[in-house]
Design a protein around this ligand. Structure first.
Ligand code: FBP
Length: 306
């Protein structure tokens, strides 16, 4: 496989990584319809943990079957498929080598009252299952944020030693953040930057809103304004927070919504220089043909065709 100049350039930004990690990043970047472009669309399916099985799969019961999810990611021409241990294990032989996988190694659930995640997978699991990366969530702002960051430090070091890439979901939540604060532009940028500082190769955040939430940051944003009403400018601000674009950043899809809102969000991500989308519910909760069409339309946007 010949790497494109764009992928070579991206790999050069990861100056400390060994060839194994770079090869795994290249696998993700060189797979699917967006291969070679530096853009990505990834399917994440950990919502069974996060929200429970019925809330995740009842609206499209075919998605209860882990093989359906692998097929969806492959047939849509996505870059990678991310899921917790059991879900990856359930398709590991059938789909070995078919699509890069990201093993989600920590998980939360809706029965918990604390903003924390349990470690539910290991680097050894990721290697045994042929995954390209581990995925780990941190909740900046939670009472458990420091323990989560310390867990990430250990797992990320182990993953990098083993030649895997590290994908960090950075979702601000906790006592000092209200619902607006969780997706406010300044807080999203802060969360993305912390993931970069923790050594993430790929950073995943929610698309930021136009709110500026942290009291201590308001003066700075007043003195150095961001065009918050413009979606692309908000994305560009997050890209800057990811080492001025030297770290890959992708944006999540959120609850299932109209196709138009997802495509608008993809256009903003594309125009703002983000690296793509990681879309779960909006993909697997739709009937398969509809999901394939929506994912194809998103990919066209990232190819600059739409
Ligand atoms: P979605 O596209 O379904 O939003 O998936 C992205 C994701 O990060 C999942 O990996 C995770 O399960 C979910 O969002 C968490 O969502 P929330 O923070 O809203 O509970």
């Amino acid at each position: 496989m010949k790497l494109t100049p764009q992928v070579k350039k991206i790999l050069s930004w990861y100056e400390s990584d060994n060839p194994g990690t770079k090869a795994n990043l290249a696998r993700i970047l060189m797979t699917g319809r967006l291969r070679g472009t530096g853009r990505m669309v990834i399917l994440p399916v950990d919502q069974g943990f996060e929200h429970g099985p019925a809330r995740s799969f009842a609206s499209n019961a075919a998605a209860y079957d882990p093989h359906y999810l692998f097929d969806l990611a492959i047939d849509a021409g996505l870059n990678a498929y991310a899921a917790p241990l059991g879900m990856i294990e359930a398709g590991a032989s059938t789909y070995a080598g078919c699509i890069p996988t990201i093993l989600k190694v920590n998980s939360s659930n809706s029965l918990s009252t604390t903003k924390d995640q349990a470690v539910t997978g290991t680097v050894a699991d990721a290697l045994r299952l042929g995954c390209s990366a581990i995925g780990f969530t941190i909740y900046p702002g939670s009472e458990y944020q420091f323990e989560m960051m310390e867990e990430l430090r250990e797992l990320a070091a182990e993953a990098k030693d083993a030649g895997l890439a590290v994908v960090v979901w950075s979702y601000p939540r906790g006592p000092m953040l209200d619902k607006v604060g969780e997706t406010a532009l300044d807080i999203c940028a802060y969360a993305a930057h912390m993931a970069a500082l923790m050594g993430a190769h790929i950073i995943k955040v929610k698309p930021p809103t136009d709110a500026i939430s942290l009291e201590a940051a308001k003066k700075t944003y007043k003195d150095f304004p961001v065009e918050v009403s413009d979606g692309a400018a908000r994305i560009a601000h997050i890209v800057k927070a990811c080492f001025n674009g030297r770290r890959l950043v992708v944006f999540s899809g959120g609850e299932t919504a109209g196709a138009d809102s997802l495509l608008t969000s993809a256009r903003a991500i594309h125009a703002g220089g983000g690296n793509g989308s990681i879309v779960g519910r909006n993909a697997f909760q739709r009937p398969r043909e509809e999901a394939l069409k929506l994912l194809s339309d998103m990919i066209d946007i990232y190819k600059g065709k739409a």
